[in-house]
Design a protein around this ligand. Structure first.
Ligand code: LP5
Ligand code: MN
Length: 255
């Protein structure tokens, strides 16, 4: 059956050895679903964390890179944007899976609709502690120094950061860890609208945002902790698909 042109979006898979079923589901998604798409956009946090492209020989990393490379071989364009967990992914990983690295934010034309792509963390401007941490680890000098350390030392630091993050999140109100609506509006105005697609908050939904007397769409991608899902966009618009429930969009909100 012929399929109409479309692109797919995923984020927050957090692939790691302790959740092998998520990696299997993702690889299955790449072969059965994404191979029919014009493009697959991975909008950050593909991995639980990434400690440098010198970890490409880790079996999980090799397996995922090979599966993405196979997808690119079917003719689907593969795009990758950094998340707050895998911002150290660099050219070597991208080349190994024939993916193109995208800046955050990136504006693309999706079948006639201008669409702004982001990971989503920079929209959470009430989370000042996180943004300070982000500034530190996105500094090129910091990254150079971090990457120059032996892998066990980097692993220990990442584990420490993960623990600190988990306990910090216990202390934060849920609203602080969501997007700031004024930042969403400013960002759309600065970079482009009418559509914004992002992940990070793990709160899949379609939101309507009014800007310049226009209704803009903000699509939030689901995480893959319990089955996963993706956004399907074509000339007819976008739809969130929950993989656990096949095409049943249950659990995906609209405001
Ligand atoms: O990731 P998640 O969903 O749990 O929470 C995020 C924010 N936390 C982070 C931190 C990452 O989880 C840490 C792991 C990244 C590994 C990358 C590899 C290399 C880097 C090694 C770094 C030393 O992104 C969390 C947000 C939440 O999203 C919602 O938006 O709230 O932000 C925080 O929790 C940040 C804290 O508030 C403050 C910073 C704690 C980390 C301190 C690190 C110290 C490490 C030791 C240095 C000597
Ligand atoms: Mn994230």
């Amino acid at each position: 059956m012929p399929v109409s042109p479309h692109s797919l979006f995923v984020a927050d898979l957090h692939l790691c050895d302790s959740r092998p079923e998520t990696s299997r589901l993702f690889i299955d998604f790449l072969t059965r679903t994404a191979s029919y798409a014009d493009s697959l956009y991975i909008l950050g946090d593909l991995f639980e964390y990434w400690l440098g492209d010198d970890t490409l020989n880790v079996p999980l990393h090799r397996q995922i890179a090979a599966a993405l490379n196979d997808l690119a071989g079917t003719g689907t364009n593969v795009y990758f944007m950094h998340g707050n967990r895998d911002f150290l992914i660099a050219g070597q990983f991208a080349r190994s899976c024939r993916a193109r690295l995208l800046n955050d934010p990136t504006l693309v034309d999706l079948y006639g609709t201008s669409s702004l792509l982001m990971h989503g963390d920079t929209l959470c401007t009430d989370d000042v502690e996180y943004l300070n941490f982000r500034n530190q680890v996105r500094n090129p000098d910091w990254q150079k120094q971090f990457l120059s350390q032996p892998l066990p030392a980097r692993t220990a630091l990442a584990e420490q950061a993960r623990n600190r993050s988990e306990s910090a999140k216990q202390e934060k109100a849920a609203a602080i860890m969501d997007v700031n609506e004024a930042t969403v509006v400013e960002t759309l105005r600065q970079y482009g609208y009418p559509r914004l697609i992002h992940g990070h908050t793990h709160r899949p939904a379609r939101h309507n945002v009014t800007l310049d007397q226009r209704i803009c769409e903000r699509w939030v991608l689901p995480d893959w902790y319990q089955g996963g899902g993706y956004l399907h966009c074509s000339a007819n618009g976008c739809e969130l698909i929950n993989l656990a429930a096949s095409s049943d969009p249950a659990g995906i909100g609209t405001t």
